[in-house]
Design a protein around this ligand. Sequence first.
Ligand code: FE
Length: 233
Amino acid sequence: MATNQNHPMNATNLNHQIHLQQNRRRFLRGLGLGAAFFTVSGAFAEQLALTPPQSEGPFYPDKLPLDTDNDLIILNNGLTPAVGEITHLSGRVLDAQGQPIRNALVEIWQADNNGVYLHTQDVHAKRDANFQGFGRFLTGTAGEYYFRTIKPMLYPGRTRHIHVAVKMKGREKWTTQLYVKGEPTNDKDGIYRSLKTAAARDALTVDFAPIKDSKTGELAAKFDLVMGFTPQV
Ligand code: FE
């Protein structure tokens, strides 16, 4: 597998990381929150429930976009934003003890507002050319990640979902899918239904909550990823 371009530790990626950092600061400012937002508060008394893994599915981009940053709404320096309900997706990557995992590469990919993936085989409808379809974020010291994307649109055969991968040095790629709380088609979705316990479903079902005072109806979704291992330091 060609993982070089995915590897966080190369020079091209430095620029990318700086860009991500800027985005992160801008986002925190935008929400009126400081760094304290992501601070882990004290020691966790118990082990956290692990986030259930799910299949990668067929539509991980077969050709990555030129822009792979964490803002899926704007392509490079484009002027036309993607269509859809803007969603600020954030959370932390944690180990089972609740300790943050830094330098984890979080990737998301999802259908655009027409229900189409950034994938040459997904041709059932017209793709939104302004939607990035895929993004990456390298977690910081508090394990935090952030994406600006849209609420995923439905496509035939599935309920709304966002695919998530976590890549770490020396680890197999880990994948899951996150779902929208209250979505009526969740209970008809075979992959969602493969989550056998309420706790497993809850762990992957996220509230896409309206942001207070947002004049454009933007949403915030918070999704923590609890990995079943403690990384080497
Ligand atoms: Fe999918």
